[in-house]
Design a protein around this ligand. Structure first.
Ligand SMILES: [Zn+2]
Ligand SMILES: [Zn+2]
Length: 477
């Protein structure tokens, strides 16, 4: 009995070793090398890789000179093709956040799409977003691992609805996990969203929908997770596509001259989603770091992370558009990459949306209508109404034209978290300024003369000027 057991064990070890040896022996290694000259910043380079039949896993390692000072972005397309707009061919993107990844039928590195390794010509995409004068020497080491496929990847998107209750819902519309350049797992991000008391989050990884395919694994009962993507065109700015179907991928490989962006904005709108311009003023030197025409977008992220001088520029840009009669939704997002406590932690700031339900369509509809205010954290609550005659309009709504009637504006602030200065703004600037005491709830009533302004909106700041809350406008007449 004992001998038989020992013999079987030996046989098992032997066959495992043999199988392992066979696999190791038959892994095909491919090395591709090249040089990118310094004048090729942002230029896309597609490196072809021929994959034979019977391959179960593909592994890629990127090696390049002066890593850190140079940044060589990385992604991959399958045999379905890599042409612009070919989403069937897309198999993942990690930008400058990773230098190696793997793919098989069941799993993939974060940022990449699991699925069968089909035979044919694949293309690895590399491009420099930072490059030294001496250029970049690069190598791609590809391993093709033969064998039977693992069981197929199971799509598990987040539920599109949490409840059917109308209400004001607090959310963060911009964040990153390990699926792009964030430092948290999806589970860690979800845990933090729950701890922050958020009602919803929008998943916005750079140029990939890989996270959206599996949010259902992590979604708790009371947290709505909305699919999105941060469309990241390094040279022309970033924008968030949100409210997407889990398998929707929005293309990013075009310039502001191509006019192609309108096609992809239409794709977002076809999903009943929204397109929001992110951190338009990336640096103080840029007058407007965003290269595309604002008119095609639904909104502007006027508040990204901790309030600073760049947010002040974005606010002015948005306000100038309002004054010119161009209504764009204003949103506040953390753009969080690291766990709390951090300068840009999840939910700071956040956007509070009036919605018919806590669902993807409910939140998108509330945002589309501008029924939203922006808050530094989860404490502050406010209401803004405008009344003329028998008509009353809420935040984001339009007060019907009441000729010759004065407009009564009421603003309520609850749980005032700090000493605050409240200002009512119209198209010609500040209409009223008030002081708010810490801790107390307060309501202010203002009378705006008929025809004095096309809209009213409120800002709440600390006496030092840091933003605490900001409303979208009520349009008058
Ligand atoms: Zn960005
Ligand atoms: Zn971002």
């Amino acid at each position: 009995m004992r001998v038989t057991k020992r013999f079987l064990l030996l046989l098992g070890v032997l066959s495992f070793a043999l199988a392992h040896l066979a696999t190791a022996q038959s892994v095909t290694s491919i090395s591709k090398k090249g040089h990118i000259p310094a004048d090729s910043l942002f230029k896309l380079v597609y490196v072809p890789i021929d994959v034979p039949t019977g391959i179960a896993e593909l592994r890629v390692k990127e090696i390049y000179s002066q890593q850190g000072k140079n940044v060589l972005n990385l992604g991959i397309y399958g045999p379905e093709g890599y042409q612009m707009g070919n989403t069937a061919g897309f198999r993942g993107w990690s930008g400058g956040a990773k230098t190696e990844f793997f793919l098989n039928a069941q799993e993939a590195s974060t940022g990449y799409i699991p699925g069968k390794i089909k035979p044919g010509r694949w293309h690895i995409l590399i491009y420099p977003s930072t490059i030294l004068p001496e250029g970049i020497d690069w190598e791609l080491a590809v391993s093709l691992v033969p064998g039977p496929d693992k069981p197929a990847f199971q799509l598990m998107p987040a539920p599109a609805s949490v409840n059917n209750q109308p209400g004001w819902y607090r959310g963060d519309l911009h964040m990153h996990t390990l699926h792009s350049d964030g430092k948290r797992t999806p589970q860690e991000l979800v845990n933090e969203a729950v701890a922050q008391g958020l009602d919803f989050i929008v998943s916005t990884e750079h140029n990939t929908n890989s996270a959206n395919l599996s949010w259902g694994k992590y979604a708790p009962k009371n947290l709505l997770i909305i699919n999105g993507e941060e469309v990241t065109t390094t040279a022309f700015g970033h924008w968030n596509a949100m409210g997407l179907s889990p398998t929707t991928l929005i293309e990013w490989r075009y310039t502001s001259q191509d006019k192609a962006v309108t096609k992809y904005l239409a794709q977002v709108h076809a999903d009943s989603g929204l397109a929001i311009i992110n951190h338009a003023f990336y640096t103080k030197e840029c007058i407007n770091g965003f290269g595309f025409d604002v008119k095609d977008f639904d909104g502007i992220e006027v508040w990204n992370g901790q309030w600073d001088a760049l947010d002040e520029l974005a606010l002015k840009w948005w306000d100038d558009l309002l004054r010119a009669g161009t209504a764009k939704l204003a949103v506040a997002d953390s753009d969080t990459h690291t766990a709390a406590p951090s300068p840009n932690q999840l939910g700071r700031p956040q956007t509070v949306v009036k919605a018919k339900s806590l669902s993807r369509s409910g939140i998108m509809q509330g945002l589309r209508k501008g029924n939203a205010y922006l808050s530094a954290d989860n404490k502050l609550r406010l209401t803004l109404t405008a009344t003329a005659g028998a008509a009353t309009a809420n935040l984001g709504d339009r007060l019907p034209a009441v000729v010759g009637k004065k407009v009564q504006v009421a603003f309520t602030l609850q749980q005032i978290p700090a000493q605050a200065v409240v200002t009512l703004h119209g198209e010609k600037g500040v209409l009223f300024t008030e002081q708010a005491a810490i801790g107390k709830a307060a309501t202010w009533h203002w009378t705006v003369p008929a025809g004095a302004t096309k809209y009213v909106r409120v800002e709440v700041r600390t006496p030092q000027g840091e933003m605490l809350a900001l409303t979208n406008p009520i349009w008058l007449g």
